[in-house]
Design a protein around this ligand. Structure first.
Ligand SMILES: NC(=O)c1ccc[n+]([C@@H]2O[C@H](COP(=O)([O-])OP(=O)(O)OC[C@H]3O[C@@H](n4cnc5c(N)ncnc54)[C@H](OP(=O)(O)O)[C@@H]3O)[C@@H](O)[C@H]2O)c1
Length: 488
């Protein structure tokens, strides 16, 4: 495995700890080695020492010296500037040495943990140095970090550029959300059980809510966020992936292409926003000062390396429709934001109420809706809310919950969220990775919103207090339809 951007944040925080966790669980082959590539002048030994220090901080569990010792021996370093062809010649030579020493058979996984502006450069250089040509006996795969493109046009351009060098089956566009167990469990839950699928449609489901809430602000990522904003950062990738897993048809098999075909169909079926609909069905917000968990925090415009007049949104709420036979007329409400009251990612399936209020005579005026809640994080699990009789002589109904918690059944394993993805890529299973057409379909959903928002800069920012659930318009989006966001 070669990591481009080996001295960066992602490498130390996620990639190396994930590889270490894979080694701990015996998922890494004995014939494995990793080469870090960055511009800093480090020897192999410098790089090993550096990672040995960092793993102590970033491993979720205490580091086992024996396993780390095994892993440490497999670490190498190549200095180079991303656009410099000579550096790839150096890499080629080192790869040949390392392949000989560790018997890796010429199989290579290149991980582009670089700024997005270098994705195409590195791929072109890999092609020019003839490092990614596969044959019958060896595979060469490239994982590309997010964000993949900045809008529809740039995503298309990037797809075009990298496809000149790589076949689609060599490209693994990562969305680390898809590495989460609960996200992967969505498929098991929907298609591994007989009881949910028959009611998983417009006849029984009133609407779907997806919330991806963070209590943190932008922290050190001000410059990135100023370029991206909440819509680009969360919707074309994470949120649309959650929608497609929730809404997809059963695939004909668990073959990666079969699953991705069905997910792609959902993305294509999301009805595009007209400019008028952007105004009525898309809400944006930016946090001002406020209180989160009892602590006063500053507004977005006061954050480090953020413009004091920034018009970048830190909150988005949308009402979407998946225009197909199963979902016609069922709204999908999604919201995501920073500095919300708590960190929580949930998918809520709200079912229709019973057709007749049978218990009216007994004073029960309206039923609550049955809710199926899929908690992605934290406290991963699934719960079902339904009505039951409150004990006593009167007919009184109360809401109760059946609750499944992942941890109760399966315990918890040290996990950064990247382990499954790295492992799947090594096995050549592209199921949890985005295909070119999926990325472009995702950007096609978002592009009309980007266009209208660019043409009409916000005039009311900041429009929600840090520690609240976003601007009033987000509540109104639901209230107009006689609904409310589920309280989290
Ligand atoms: N960090 C996260 O948690 C996270 C989460 C999700 C996605 N991502 C994505 O992952 C990617 C990497 O993020 P990051 O946070 O690790 O970025 P980062 O900390 O800025 O790391 C970038 C790496 O690239 C190296 N580099 C920069 N310019 C170079 C050049 N011209 N030649 C050779 N090396 C060069 C840097 O070396 P120096 O040390 O010398 O600058 C560093 O090793 C980005 O696409 C990001 O969007 C990151």
């Amino acid at each position: 495995m070669v990591i481009f951007g080996a001295s960066g944040d992602l490498t130390k925080r996620k990639l190396i700890p994930s590889l270490y966790n894979l080694a701990t669980s015996h998922y890494l082959n004995d014939d494995f080695a990793v080469i870090g590539f960055s511009r800093q002048p480090l020897s192999h030994e410098d790089f090993r020492t550096r990672l040995s220090d960092e793993i102590k901080t970033f491993s979720p569990e205490p580091v086992d010296p024996k396993i780390w010792g095994w892993f440490r021996e497999r670490i190498y370093y190549q200095k180079g500037e991303f656009p410099d062809p000579a550096a790839y010649q150096g890499l080629k030579q080192l790869l040949e040495e390392v392949e000989g020493r560790h018997h890796t058979l010429g199989n290579r996984l290149f991980y582009l943990s670089t700024l997005p502006s270098f994705f195409s450069t590195v791929v072109q250089q890999l092609g020019a140095a003839d490092l990614v040509r596969q044959d019958d006996k060896t595979w060469r795969r490239v994982i590309i970090e997010k964000p993949f493109g900045h809008d529809l046009e740039s995503a298309r351009a990037l797809n075009r550029e990298i496809s000149r060098v790589l076949d689609e089956n060599q490209i693994y566009r990562i969305d680390h959300y898809l590495g989460k167990e609960t996200v992967q469990n969505l498929l098991a839950f929907r298609f591994g059980n007989g009881i949910f699928e028959p009611i998983w449609n417009r006849r029984y489901i009133d609407h779907v809510e997806i919330t991806v809430a963070e209590e943190l602000g932008v922290e050190q990522r001000g410059p990135y966020y100023e370029e991206a904003g909440a819509l680009r950062d969360m919707v074309p990738n994470h949120i649309l992936q959650l929608i497609s897993l929730t809404a997809m048809e059963p695939p004909i098999s668990f073959d990666p292409e079969a699953v991705r075909d069905e997910k792609h169909k959902v993305l294509k079926a999301i009805s595009p926003f007209s400019p008028q609909e952007v105004l009525s069905r898309a809400v944006r917000g930016q946090y001002g000062e406020g209180t989160v968990e009892g602590t006063s925090v500053q507004g977005y415009r006061g954050e480090a390396r953020v413009s004091p007049e920034s018009c970048v949104e830190t909150f988005v709420a949308l009402k979407l429709f998946v225009d197909n036979w199963r979902w016609a007329g069922v709204p999908f409400y999604v919201r995501t934001g920073k500095r919300l009251p708590k960190r929580s990612t949930e998918i809520v399936i709200q079912f229709h109420r019973p057709p007749l209020p049978l218990f009216r005579e007994a004073g029960v005026k309206q039923f609550s809706s049955n809710l199926l809640v899929i908690r992605i994080q934290p406290d991963e699990g699934i719960s079902l809310k339904f009505e039951a009789k409150v004990p006593g002589p009167k007919m009184e109904l109360g809401s109760v919950r059946m609750d499944f918690k992942y941890q109760d059944y399966f315990g918890s394993q040290p996990n950064t969220g990247y382990e499954t993805l790295l492992y799947d890529c090594m096995l050549g299973d592209a199921t949890p990775f985005q295909r070119a057409d999926m990325v472009e379909a995702g950007w096609s959903v978002v592009q009309p919103i980007l266009d209208v928002w660019k043409a009409l800069p916000p005039r009311d920012f900041p429009n929600y207090a840090a520690g609240s659930w976003g601007p009033m318009e987000s509540e109104e989006l639901m209230e107009r339809d006689g609904k409310k966001w589920k309280i989290l």
